[in-house]
Design a protein around this ligand. Structure first.
Ligand code: ADE
Ligand code: ZN
Length: 339
């Protein structure tokens, strides 16, 4: 391992953009299919991996929703999240905010409570085992209606004290943030933070909507903001956190080559960018690999990497004293690893 790769692995970091359903590795998919007696359209783990070639977001989503069918019981959701937390801990993640898509499961007759209780038991374990702090972000599927999002928010009511934020994911183009304006107002009134996928495939106008109509606390992806200089200035002046996902961008053809990834242009423009894995089982790498791959492709410096890690903590939905504690750990690491 090069010095820089070892530095990245040990670098304390938060992961802010991770879909727990997107951390379902083919091996676990097979194990859960067998445990639950569910047929899957693949003969082997290799065949599953070979199917993970995408030319856009929808290509991926079709396979991702099909894969989630093996998740049936509370234990399945626990095992899924426990596997992710173990990987994240090995990558130096000290705080993780994980997204989940309840509608993908409730539509198949799985109880909302089974999904979230399984995730919660893994969260408790991660804290005990790794000292990791973790939070949950409930995502609404934007290809469904706002009424269905309201219904999901109502189902979440008994667990609202365990949910930090609501998000908006799935097929972006044709489903702008404003479609969900009322449900985000309702979520805010319940004390939840708001984060939205915007500017992944959708135009800069969707990022403006996330800011102006929804008053988002964070933007997931945000890549296409770079097409609009006025928007870049706004995001910079607001120090809006962007949860950027380099390997996802490559696999979903948001960029043609990692060598063209805009992460360093974002930092140079003063944008508060962070590095995340999005759906690591599908995109070929967890958060550490995302840092390593884009650092190599774009020649990031230790200072850049330290800035990205710092942004991940200051952009977290944590109270100030907990952010300060994470930053102390980061500063101690940086002091112990001078360039
Ligand atoms: N759901 C899971 N990953 C996603 C992504 N990258 N964009 C939109 N929805 C998603
Ligand atoms: Zn995402």
């Amino acid at each position: 391992m090069t010095d820089l790769n070892a530095f990245i692995t040990g670098l304390p970091k938060a992961e802010l953009h991770l879909h727990i359903e997107g951390s379902l590795e083919p091996e676990l998919m097979f194990a859960l299919a067998e445990r639950n007696g569910i047929a899957i359209p693949y003969a082997s783990v290799e065949e599953v991996r070979a199917a993970y070639a995408f030319s856009n977001l929808q290509d991926f989503l079709d396979i991702y929703y099909a894969g989630a069918a093996v998740l049936q019981t509370r234990a399945d959701f626990h095992d899924l999240a426990a596997a992710y937390f173990a990987r994240a801990a090995a990558d130096g993640v000290t705080h993780a905010e994980i997204m989940f898509d309840p509608q993908t499961h409730t539509a198949r007759g799985i109880a909302f409570g089974d999904v979230i209780e399984g995730l919660m038991s893994a969260q408790a374990e991660a804290h005990q085992r790794y000292g990791m702090t973790t939070q949950l972000i409930l995502c609404f599927l934007r290809h469904l209606s706002e009424d269905e999002a309201f219904d999901t928010l109502a189902q979440a009511e008994p667990w609202l004290d365990r949910i930090t934020a609501v998000g908006l994911d799935s097929s972006e183009v044709g489903h702008p943030p404003a479609k969900f304006a009322r449900v985000f107002v309702a979520a805010r009134a319940k004390g939840l933070k708001l984060t939205l996928h915007a500017g992944e495939e959708g135009p800069p106008a969707y990022v403006y909507e996330a800011l102006d109509v929804i008053e988002a606390d964070r933007i997931d992806h945000g890549n296409r903001s770079l097409e609009d200089a006025v928007l870049v200035e706004r995001l910079r002046d607001a120090q809006m956190t962007l949860t950027v996902c380099p390997l996802s961008n490559l696999k979903l053809c948001v960029v043609d080559d990692l060598a063209e990834h805009p992460i360093d242009r974002m930092l140079a423009a003063g944008l508060k960018a962070t590095i995340n894995s999005d759906d690591p089982a599908y995109f070929g790498g967890y958060v550490g690999e995302n840092y390593r791959a884009v650092a190599a492709a774009r020649g990031l410096s230790r200072d850049d990497l330290a800035t990205l890690a710092r942004n991940s903590f200051t952009g977290a939905f944590l109270p100030p004293d907990e952010i300060a504690r994470h930053l102390e750990t980061l500063d101690a690491y940086l002091a112990a690893h001078p360039s």
